[in-house]
Write a protein that binds this ligand. Structure first.
Ligand code: GLU
Length: 450
């Protein structure tokens, strides 16, 4: 059976790092099994859903390299939800309820005040035909609840949490449809998972109790619409992503691709970090997606919240940048910077956009420090010694070591300062050929004459 996973964001905002992680894990699960990764836009809430967010979700996934193998939209499938609704209502699994939000709120408060769990009391189920007719005559449109079967045990083997079970009597019959006819998340998602042949539902642990409800919906829908035993996906709920301090942070809820991009974070760094965070596998700067995919295993996922740490992301990013090829970055490099320049400068970068600053060491002008008379004399010798070869830096320093007897810092530092204006920086063996013979000689001569 082909593995089919889905990422199902509601287009009511931008993707944040938590969503990105869920998308990534679903993508990896599909890729690992040679399956399909679907993007399902959960846009039944017409009021809060925006087309610009749909576009942004697609663009973010593309930037991250998590392109889906197919896209579905709930707003285009309303007739399917209606059919499922009708079938469940005919089967007695969906019933109308007439309480207002205030009434429900009051009921909950009373239950909590008595130390009882705030479970819906099913008062609507006890209404007589006449009472219902009276409500309708008053012009009160019902909302609709799915009737949980209190005799059907709810149990599943969760891909992350292991054996899981719920007593249905501890859950409220969920509202599936509002009085205005609009759909809540619970039923459409189950209908879609069936229709789209989803084999694995991997999502955050905030959905655990939804899974309990949806498992009964699967059974009810298969019985009512397909006349068969349920074919239920495997469920896995990953621990939530929290800030470094261990708390659910507001900041994470708004941290998305734009912010990462602005900070010069590479998509591969985000992927490498989020692929492993919260698992027993080490977070490593793995730029090869295929290796990440191969090592993906739900069994490595821990139950404790995954901690997102910006400093760790920066470390991974730096290590990723150091592996990037010229081809990967050439569009983003300063004018004129060639492959040798990239290789010389790359080890000094934490972010690709810092290449420009370092490239100025090559293009100049550079500002040299004040040299002592002794160093000026030394640099004079250096200017005369400089010859061009495959490896001019080692040729120069070896020759100077011989002729001047200098070694270590006094040998190297004045040369670096004269050639780059800095005390530290790229490996001179790589950088000097990029600076070029004429410019290098001129810089040494200028320093000698200063
Ligand atoms: N739209 C739902 C959400 O973003 C989807 C949950 C699911 O994966 O089923 O929470």
């Amino acid at each position: 059976m082909t593995t089919i996973t889905r990422f199902a964001p509601s287009p009511t905002g931008r993707l944040h790092v938590g969503n990105i992680r869920t998308a990534l894990h679903n993508w990896m699960l599909a890729r690992k099994n040679g399956g399909k990764f679907l993007l399902r836009i959960d846009d039944t809430d017409a009021e809060r859903s925006r087309e610009e967010y749909v576009d942004a979700i697609r663009a973010d996934l593309a930037w991250l390299g998590l392109e889906p193998d197919g896209e579905e939209r709930q707003s285009a499938r309303l007739d399917k939800y209606q059919a499922a609704f009708d079938a469940l209502r005919d089967a007695g699994r969906i019933y109308p309820a007439y309480e207002t939000a205030q009434e429900l709120d009051l009921k909950r408060k009373i239950q909590l005040g008595r130390g009882l769990p705030p479970i819906y009391d099913r008062a609507a189920l006890r209404l007589s035909e006449e009472e219902r007719a009276a409500k309708e005559a008053e012009g009160i449109a019902p909302h609709w609840r799915f009737k949980l079967d209190h005799d059907e045990a709810i149990a599943w083997d969760d891909g992350v949490r292991g054996a899981s079970k719920f007593d249905p009597a501890t859950l409220s019959d969920p509202v599936v449809r509002r009085a205005d006819g609009s759909w809540l998340y619970m039923l459409p998602s189950t209908v879609d998972d069936i229709d789209m042949g989803v084999t694995h539902v991997l999502r955050g642990e905030d959905h655990v109790s939804n899974t309990a409800v949806q498992l009964q919906m699967f059974t009810a829908l298969y019985a009512a619409q397909h006349n068969s035993a349920p074919n239920v996906p495997e469920f896995a709920h990953e621990a939530l992503l929290v800030g470094k301090e261990g708390k659910l942070s507001k900041r994470l809820g708004s941290l998305g691709c734009d912010a990462f991009r602005e900070r010069g974070i590479e998509p591969e760094a985000i992927i490498a970090l989020l692929a492993r965070l919260g698992t027993s596998l080490p977070v490593e700067a793995i730029a090869e997606r295929q290796s990440l995919v191969e090592s993906f295993d739900l069994a490595t996922f821990g139950r404790a919240p995954a901690k997102f740490d910006d400093a760790e992301l920066e470390r991974v990013n730096t290590a990723i940048v150091h592996q990037m090829s010229y081809e990967d970055v050439r569009q983003r490099l300063p004018e004129g910077m060639d492959e040798a320049g990239w290789h010389a400068i790359r080890p000094n970068l934490s972010h690709v956009d810092e290449a420009g600053e370092w490239w100025r060491l090559v293009t100049g002008p550079i500002e040299q420090p004040d040299f002592s008379a002794e160093d000026r004399a030394y640099l004079e010798v250096a200017a005369q010694t400089l010859t061009w070869s495959e490896d001019p830096w080692h040729a120069l320093t070896n020759a100077l070591k011989e002729t001047t007897g200098r070694k270590g810092k006094p040998l190297f530092l004045p040369l670096r300062q004269a050639l780059t204006g800095m005390d530290h920086g790229p490996d001179m063996g790589e950088l000097l050929p990029v600076i070029g013979e004429g410019e290098a000689k001129a810089r040494l001569e200028r320093a000698a004459a200063s």
